[in-house]
Design a protein around this ligand. Sequence first.
Ligand SMILES: Cc1cc2nc3c(=O)[nH]c(=O)nc-3n(C[C@H](O)[C@H](O)[C@H](O)COP(=O)(O)OP(=O)(O)OC[C@H]3O[C@@H](n4cnc5c(N)ncnc54)[C@H](O)[C@@H]3O)c2cc1C
Length: 124
Amino acid sequence: MGAQEKPNHSTFDVRRPSVAIIGGGAAGYFTAITAAESDPQAKVTIYEMSRRTLTKVKISGGGRCNVTHHCFDPKDLATHYPRGSRELRAAFHRWSPQDTIDWFKARGIERINKDSGSEYSHFS
Ligand SMILES: Cc1cc2nc3c(=O)[nH]c(=O)nc-3n(C[C@H](O)[C@H](O)[C@H](O)COP(=O)(O)OP(=O)(O)OC[C@H]3O[C@@H](n4cnc5c(N)ncnc54)[C@H](O)[C@@H]3O)c2cc1C
């Protein structure tokens, strides 16, 4: 690169980090919200390859959107995932179904219904 060819940094601001999230599903949106809440200055962009976002969320739980399991012990919860229980146990200690319930509640979404015998907690 010659002396005259300086890179254009006009859209790059180190005080305003850019976060690119690939995929506009549940994980992508959760990550985007968490990133934006962690750093309100951050420019958070979700890149979705299809024409619609959150398509699976809309059909999850037959339209009722089951958001978590009704099992609050990380060790117990991990037993439901035989092929990754050890790895998931650590993850469930860091983020549990109760954290999910609290996360939604803090945003004004109350758990409204828990079917007896169901492992899921329902919100609407
Ligand atoms: C019928 C049905 C019912 C379900 N019910 C439940 C339920 O009740 N509760 C539950 O927790 N889960 C349910 N699930 C599972 C549900 O799909 C997952 O919980 C959830 O959608 C996973 O979210 P995700 O963001 O990981 O993946 P996805 O929802 O699959 O989102 C990934 C997104 O990334 C996009 N993408 C992929 N590759 C690229 C790329 N290279 N560039 C840009 N975009 C890309 C995809 O188009 C998609 O939009 C159900 C699934 C189905 C099919």
